[in-house]
Design a protein around this ligand. Structure first.
Ligand SMILES: [Zn+2]
Length: 328
């Protein structure tokens, strides 16, 4: 564990091993669950971070997933970074410790395991995005865009029905075992789930749910133009009733894109960690302390986007309203 290098990208076998090591080293905080299997029958595994609740209250759930798109290597790197930060700091951080008594944070470092492994096989596969299923018997093309396969206005916009395309949405909503596994697992605890965070790259944006016809961000059109789509996990999460649902688009803004150099992992993860923890703190305070923490969550997240050079919106408005549906 101490020797694990969080500023490098790791192949899947090392990530699986890392998950086992984290669980073994932190039994009072971390447990793992296999909640599904990929098309090629590999485990889809999450780590649950949470302490025993001594107050006897029902625990609430935070969901975070990474690596639904195979080539976005910074996303699994972030999920690992996030777990590392929580594990290393909760004992000396009273607020975090309190949150972990009230919340269980479910972290899936890699959902699209088959695709992720495929991107490691050789350089020509490095920019593979989809899963590795072969849904059409006579097609020479593989894979479904798993973030177009969720039951959220599936197949209506921003997708392709051509199985050779990068945004192929599959034969039906939930046709892919990876997407269905998330829908089953999260769907079963929807009433406890406060927040759904799904981590992607690139763009350095946090994409927000929308939906209220009267309220839109000042740059609504800009957001829409990023990537209007249907069948994303984020839309699905909001549609089933999870109040806070966000897509993080990590570094960078296009120079390297999905080939983000390893020397940027730390910066990308540090800024996203601040953003993620701010959101989690906010929803925790709202649920358990019945208070809105001044504007600190809003402000910190705003800094995340500002630091990225993109002042996207007025966070206090969004936080106050938290309306939904969305993009990507
Ligand atoms: Zn993505």
């Amino acid at each position: 564990m101490e020797n694990y290098n969080y500023t490098k990208y790791h192949p899947m076998d090392e990530i699986y091993r890392w998950m086992e090591d984290v669980e073994r080293a932190n039994p009072e905080l971390v447990s793992s669950t296999i909640y599904g299997y990929t098309y090629e029958r590999r485990n889809i595994t999450l780590l649950k971070l949470g302490q025993n609740n001594t107050a006897g209250r029902e625990k609430k759930v935070i969901w975070m997933d990474c690596g639904i798109h195979a080539r976005e290597w910074i996303a699994p790197a972030f999920c690992q970074w996030f777990v590392k930060e929580i594990v290393n700091s909760y004992k000396t951080n009273e607020k975090l410790e309190q949150m972990l008594q009230n919340l269980d944070i479910y972290v899936t470092p890699v959902i699209n395991v088959d695709g992720y492994i495929f991107t490691w096989t050789n350089n020509s596969n490095r920019l593979w995005r989809k899963s590795r299923s072969q849904s059409l018997p006579n097609s020479t093309c593989y894979g479904v865009d798993l973030n177009r396969n969720f039951k959220a206005n599936w197949g209506t916009i921003g997708v392709s029905f051509d199985s050779c395309e990068n945004t192929y949405c599959g034969e039906s909503a939930g046709s892919e075992p990876e997407a269905q596994a998330v829908m089953d697992f999260v769907g079963a605890m929807v009433n406890q789930t406060l927040c759904f965070l799904t981590i992607h790259s690139a763009g350095q944006l946090i994409l927000l749910p929308y939906g209220h016809p009267e309220i839109s961000a000042p740059n609504y059109n800009e957001l829409v133009s990023v990537d209007p789509n249907s069948g994303s996990s984020r839309d699905w999460a909001r549609l089933i009733g999870i109040p806070f649902s966000y897509t993080f688009e990590l570094r960078d803004k296009g120079k390297f894109g999905h080939l983000l150099p390893e020397n940027q992992i730390q910066l990308a993860c540090e800024e996203a960690y601040v953003g993620a923890l701010s959101i989690i703190t906010y929803v925790h305070e709202k649920a358990f302390n019945n208070s809105i923490v001044s504007n600190s969550a809003a402000t910190t997240v705003k800094h995340f986007t500002l630091a990225s050079g993109i002042a996207m919106m007025i966070w206090s408005t969004i936080m106050a309203v938290f309306v939904a549906t969305g993009f990507i």
